[in-house]
Design a protein around this ligand. Sequence first.
Ligand code: GLU
Length: 303
Amino acid sequence: MIVKSLRLLTALAVAALAATACGKEGTPPVKGPSAAELPKYQVAQGFSLPDSKTWKKADKRGHFVVGAKEDQPYLGEKNPANGVYSGFDIEIAKMISASLGLDPKKISFKTIASANRETALQNGQIDYYVGTYTINDNRKKLVGFGGPYYMAGQSLLVRTDEDDIHGPQDLDGKRVCSAAGSTPYQRIQADYPKAELVAYDTYSVCVDNLLTYQVDAVTTDDAILLGYAAKVPDELKLVGKPFSEEPYGIGVPRSDNALRFAVDTALAQREKDGDWKKAYDATLGLSGVPAPKPPAIDRYPAS
Ligand code: GLU
């Protein structure tokens, strides 16, 4: 209930800010992904992956079911008015679907929070997952990872009126919010035990709490935080340098190596033919960082 009213409060605050911004002469409008510049992904004809249980199930169904985030600007966002998902992660999900022979327009996206990703892949709720999902050895025991397709780094988001926090070394006694089950949460817990950690299911609730002075900082990947800051630049800022490496992978069921290798091949092709960059420029690129070179695809052996 408290969370709900806070979210509403923030929605109102953001709406009011947007209204003032529009009224101010010379203030650029808040940017959003522009559909016109997004690549159109050619669906591979006659593609077949008989060794993948996941692919066969999806092929029979006629589309993939993909796990994603719905509240991460420029990465994975769901339009509340029409239920349509957009952002860089969503584009990655679409380009892979097309390369694997299934129409990306038919993908059924399901919002899955950070803490529930492994279970969703393990119990077959989703075929694959694209949502700021860091590849690491612990998670590799539970799921497989295609990619990486992007390299992020943990950072800190504070209010623009905050002067005391410049990096993780300043978090002692500060209230720091992150998502349950995330690597940034785990890193603060392990390396900065004097910070007062607060966990929610999603980062947008953390940002609501930051705007209403319930917490002092939000921590997660810079790619995610840049999106929130870009929406209300007068209220929020990133501080310090990234203090981790977060390689984003495409989560697949642990036993489905055929699917994982096919995802890696698809991604490599999309990086080569320019679709990766085109997709980045039309989505995450709008938060202000020019397209980097994508990280090397890992393609680790089956075990
Ligand atoms: N990349 C980090 C993770 O996978 C943080 C972002 C997220 O929670 O999705 O845990």
